[in-house]
Ligand binder design. Structure first.
Ligand code: TXA
Ligand code: MG
Length: 375
């Protein structure tokens, strides 16, 4: 059996605001000897390794069962460290880094020689971000190296927003988990490609498209990607992928998930009615259905007997984003045979919620046209 899969994974509580120096030193020593440490960021938990040590980075791919053509994000402690991992940084990228770092913005840049090809899946560009979390920043500084860190989940599974989620996916596969409590933003960073003529969002995330447009001007930003790009299929990875996090089935629970949407979200009663009709049919056929909803739906589902969880109000999409992944994991029990989720509006962090739900979904059902589209 692979040595990387038989480790005694240690979980240590750490202060998220003033991390204990001895715990940071212990974690940094593991990274320096080529081991794997999961740590909190402001978005989701990351699975870290020394980005300049190819053997250590290889362990990330093994632990996550991630295909080698899916490149990693390199985490740095400040803008000054950028020169270690990227070169020919465009002035716009520096401006964006100064504006949004530390924060949930990942920049795609030309890679520096020192970054091993395994980090970038052999490509000429590197994804870089400076996380806004005291534990992550202290750890990067103490390790004395940039840290490669994807989300700390098994490949294509729901991303982790608590240390327990990391343990559930990666116990026995990694050395240490630093438990700094639940993450604040709850969806991953926005991935922005700044290598082309116009910056382009490859993955909507913690920094909203509105905030980016405000910083650089709406017309300076290339149009957002479709939420269902014609990219490769993660079951049969191909040699080069534009941004493999955009693969169709991703962020997924084990239970099949159907997403209910409308051409123009807002007719709550029709959406709720369609979801209930589907649930009753599935139940009639012996299934056990659970719902992922918004606060605004709860009255309509009261006394129906179905399991319902809300991720928050349609009027507070920041809070909804923070609860998305933990709610998906809570609903994903062995008893459930089908999860039905409502769609969220594509503004603010709602764009990232919508993107993740679409990629987690086996089917997207548009109740305004009754279009039923297999994802
Ligand atoms: O918030 C986050 O971004 C978290 C925390 C831990 O920082 N990390 C994260 O990493 O979500 P990961 O590996 O789960 O997602 C990174 C995404 C993937 O979609 C990957 O394909 C894309 O970034 N990516 C990485 N390097 C790239 C590159 N050179 N060009 C295009 N896309 C890249
Ligand atoms: Mg991920």
């Amino acid at each position: 059996m692979n040595r990387a899969l038989t480790l005694a994974t240690e979980l240590i509580r750490i202060s998220p605001t003033t991390p204990e120096p001895d715990l940071i030193a212990k974690a940094a020593a593991i990274l320096q000897r080529g081991g794997l440490v999961a740590f909190p960021t402001e978005t989701v938990y990351g699975l870290g390794a020394d980005a300049l040590n190819p053997q250590a980075v290889q362990l990330i791919f093994a632990a996550k069962e991630r295909p080698a053509n899916d490149p990693l994000i390199v985490h740095i402690a400040d803008v000054e460290q950028l020169a270690q991992v990227a070169c020919n940084v465009p002035s716009l990228a520096l401006e964006l880094a100064r504006c949004f770092w530390p924060g949930a913005l990942t920049l795609i840049l030309p890679k520096a020689e020192a970054v091993p090809p395994i980090v970038t899946a052999g490509g000429p560009t590197v994804a870089v971000r400076c996380p806004n979390h005291p534990v992550a920043l202290s750890l990067i500084r103490a390790a004395g190296a940039p840290i490669a860190a994807p989300s700390a989940n098994r490949f294509s599974h729901t991303s982790p927003t608590t240390a327990q989620h990391v343990l559930d996916d990666l116990a026995g596969r990694i050395d240490l988990i630093l438990d700094g409590g639940p993450t604040a933003i709850g969806v991953e960073s926005t991935v922005l490609d700044v290598t082309g003529a116009q910056p382009r969002i490859l993955r909507p995330g913690g920094v909203t498209a509105e905030a980016l447009a405000e910083a650089i001007g709406a017309s300076a930003l290339a149009s957002a990607p479709s939420t269902s790009p014609p990219s490769g299929d993660e079951e049969t990875p191909t040699a080069a992928l534009l941004s493999p996090g955009l693969l169709d089935r991703h962020y997924a629970p084990h239970t099949p998930l159907w997403l209910f949407t409308q051409a123009c979200l807002g007719d709550h009663a029709s959406l709720q009615q369609a979801m209930l009709t589907h649930a009753k049919t599935a139940q009639h056929n012996g299934g056990t259905v659970a719902f992922l909803l918004a606060d605004e739906d709860l009255d309509a589902f009261a006394n129906t007997g179905f399991r319902t969880l809300s991720i928050g109000s349609l009027q507070d999409l920041d809070r909804a984003a923070a609860h998305l992944f933990s709610t998906l994991r809570s609903l994903d029990t062995p008893e459930a045979t089908l999860l039905l989720a409502r769609d969220f509006p594509a503004r603010g962090l709602g764009l990232a919620i919508r993107d993740r739900l679409r990629r987690a979904a086996d089917r997207v059902i548009d109740v305004s046209t009754n279009k039923n589209q297999a994802e």
